[in-house]
Ligand binder design. Structure first.
Ligand code: ZN
Ligand code: ZN
Length: 186
């Protein structure tokens, strides 16, 4: 399992993007609250957008005294948009590649690597800023949740709305599904 933390230096670096000019009179850092698109219940506190998903903090999870989540990728009060595919389905690749951003590699045991062909555009946030979500495991994990099986977070209305990544050997992130939540101004 230690290969999960190998960093692929050749990929995963998004090209710097120019920020869209803010609309006339709009505050660039205006906070939004994400609500369930099905039942409208708020799922987060007010969050301010970062220009990109930060690098996951370096963390020697195998040296930790007790298993538990790594330090969060996204600071509290913020969110960022994931531009790469994330979560299920995972497909076999002949060339070594990270399974999904900040996740490291997963081998399928047959000399191939598994890479995400999941959706792009997830809203990445600090799991501590979400509320009212219930975990429904979609893939095996030891002490937390893994994103390899797809969405695993249920809204109170019973709709799957997000993917939690919280196992000890993974980056600590909550990914709201862009198709299942809506941003509103608080
Ligand atoms: Zn809902
Ligand atoms: Zn664990």
């Amino acid at each position: 399992m230690h290969d999960r933390r190998e960093q692929d230096q050749g990929t995963g670096k998004a090209a710097p993007k120019h920020r869209a000019p803010a609309a006339e009179g709009a505050t660039e850092a205006e906070a939004v609250v994400f609500v369930c698109a099905t039942c409208e219940v708020p799922l987060t506190g007010p969050l301010t957008r970062l220009p990109a998903v930060p690098e996951a903090p370096y963390y020697e999870w195998w040296e930790a005294d007790e298993p538990g989540p790594s330090p969060p990728t996204v600071p509290s009060g913020c969110y960022a948009i994931e531009t790469e595919p994330y979560g299920a389905p995972l497909v076999a690749s002949e060339v070594p590649a990270q399974a999904m951003p900040r996740y490291g590699t997963i081998s399928n045991g047959h000399g191939q690597w598994l890479v995400s062909q999941g959706p792009r555009g997830n809203i990445v946030m600090n799991p501590g800023d979400a509320h009212g979500l219930e975990l429904q495991h979609a893939s095996s994990a030891c002490c937390g949740a893994t994103p390899t099986g797809g969405m695993n977070q249920l809204c109170a209305c019973g709709t799957l709305v997000a993917t939690l990544c919280s196992d000890c050997c993974c980056p600590y992130e909550l990914h709201l599904s862009a198709g299942h939540v809506r941003a509103v101004h608080p």
